[in-house]
Design a protein around this ligand. Sequence first.
Ligand code: 13P
Ligand code: SF4
Length: 347
Amino acid sequence: MTTTASQLFERLKNVDVGNPLCAYTEERCERLAPLIEEIQELKKEHHAIILAHTYVHPDIIYGVADHVGDSYGLAKIAKATDAKTIVFPAVRFMAETAKILNPEKQVIDPNPNGGCSLAASIDGETVLELRKQYPEHVFVCYINTTADVKAACDVCITSSNVYKIIENIPSDKIFFLPDRLMGENLKNRMKSRGVEKEILVYPGTCYVHEQIEPEMVDFMKQQHRDAIVLAHPECKPEVVAKADVVGSTTDMYQYVKENREVKRPFLLLTECGVSSRLAVDVPEAKLIGGCMMCKYMRSNSLAAIRQALAAPRKGQIVEIEQQMQAKALRCIEQMFYYAEKTHAASS
Ligand code: 13P
Ligand code: SF4
């Protein structure tokens, strides 16, 4: 598939959601088009697919990505693909998850320093220490964790299935890590559904979502009284309490898309990649709110993807020691098992 500069500009001209980095001019698209062509050729040559998280720059999403989504959707695609090589512009833990699911494939992370404040907050050794202190608890980790943490836990969850999975784990003692705010939201949700479980939480946070304050939501609601509020479960409980919809980045995107006819503004409380995708795909939706970017996701670029596909550097080829991979795989497989088995609750 070829992409001309004018086709790219047609797609990206509405992206500007309040940050100069988001604005695409015709000149910028002319500079990017040859790079996109080169990446498309390299993909064919290497039998590669590109999986991009919604938070990366729109030129990656609309120029070269084969699939775009949230961490659960992309993990499912990584599990099912028959491509020989997976290129994963996102953050390290997502590329690692793809490798854990595909130890025999080449997984390329064009942005090997793409950390995540949650993934950086805990390591596998700390989990093993905690397990000694809480031997009766089932250890549940967010997918935003490194491979050694997954290897030390029992079940993994994502923002799209956390409530369903916790509700269906047959234990009333859960240790949830590392997102304290998601853990508090989880406790509130279980309480409101009459589910009695002891849930202990670890004190990590997402540095992007923890910046959102309930007062900001009140302020926006004063300006737009009929706004529909959508929040990511990494937000504070006081923020989540004010939301009409709580879900993953894909849940929010889908909600706005499916409700495009509703003549009400949508206030999206998450990184602004969701808003910029909606600005392109659902231009009639009225989106309100400021712009917040995840510096880790945003350090991906087309230039790095081209370089990594043509001649990956050592750190860009994801490698996971075999024993750790096997243990981490069990933890992720448990997530697929509980997420697919469960019909009782909706996230
Ligand atoms: P999603 O799985 O909802 O895309 O979340 C990933 C993430 O890192 C949110 O900050
Ligand atoms: Fe991690 Fe937060 Fe960035 Fe998501 S937005 S990748 S949780 S730092």
